[in-house]
Design a protein. Structure first.
Length: 281
């Protein structure tokens, strides 16, 4: 029997070049930004595409001290990793229950979480501010942490529900025959099996909140509680009064962007594998 050769469809023929072009453009922008952060302000405007002749490493030192990036980095690390851990701790049991305990309410509750994915942050910012002000949580890292966890729950629950649903049910049946309770089955058997999905969800939460600006700008007012994105914004505002320091500004942008970029490059394969495993059954 003759084998038929499959040709790629038009969507693949058109989509692949655009995907590669977009990837190359993103890499080029990141490299240009890194090189520009090592130039002086005069060199940036005189030769924007040239390589830095003498790297200006003091741009990073100036950006780090002028905007208190040290304190902002500590605030961001505590806030972002605390958000990721709390979100997973709340979302994993909820997702497991929605995927395994079959009731007439499951589809409605899952759809309710899915609806949260389509609500823009700009729409709910004013009601949230009124509520947080009544609870005395404005200008508080704890209040911002609560908001981050709450806004991360819809995606995380929706993602992990599909992931837990892809795990074999025979393992739960075997655990039940051995006398294991539902809680023990979840914590000792199913949760370790869902490690790839949980790590993927945690990484995506970290990437999402590392450079978040809107909630931080609205709900934080003190400089000592600023996150990295707010510290960078404050540095840009000081440039309007103290003179242009574009080298320091690009160094500050690299300080905010490059850690997340490095994390994605390092763990990108794990993210893709986790999302793929959760999408098939």
């Amino acid at each position: 029997m003759a084998m038929t050769r499959k040709f790629p469809g038009p969507s693949k023929l058109l989509g692949s070049p655009f995907a590669w072009l977009f990837a190359l453009f993103s890499v080029a922008v990141a490299v240009w930004m890194l090189l520009t952060s090592l130039k002086s302000t005069r060199a940036i405007f005189a030769e924007p595409w040239a390589l830095p002749t003498t790297p200006q490493w003091d741009n990073y030192a100036r950006a780090w001290t002028a905007s208190d990036f040290a304190g902002a980095t500590l605030n961001t690390v505590i806030l972002v990793f605390g958000t990721a851990v709390a979100t997973i701790a709340l979302s994993a049991p909820a997702a497991y229950a929605l995927s395994r305990i079959l009731t007439r309410w499951n589809s409605g509750i899952t759809a309710f979480f899915a609806l949260g994915l389509g609500i823009p942050s700009q729409v709910i910012i004013l009601p949230l501010y009124v509520m947080m002000n009544e609870l005395y949580l404005v200008d508080s890292l704890t209040g911002l942490w609560i908001l981050y966890v709450a806004t991360s729950m819809p995606f995380t629950v929706f993602f992990l529900t599909g992931f837990f649903g892809s795990l074999p049910k025979e393992l739960e049946e075997a655990a039940a025959l051995d006398g294991a309770s539902a809680n023990r089955t979840f914590w000792q058997i199913m949760l370790p099996l869902a490690r790839s999905g949980i790590i993927t969800a945690m990484i995506l939460n970290i990437i999402q909140h590392w450079g978040e600006t809107l909630f931080g700008l609205v709900f934080l007012q003190s400089e000592e509680k600023a996150t990295l994105s707010l510290a960078l914004l404050g540095f840009l505002q000081r440039m309007q009064y103290n003179g242009a320091d574009w080298g320091g500004l690009f160094a500050g942008v690299c300080t905010v962007v490059l850690p997340v970029l490095a994390c994605y490059i390092w763990l990108g394969r794990r993210i893709i594998e986790g999302m793929t495993l959760g999408s098939v059954k």
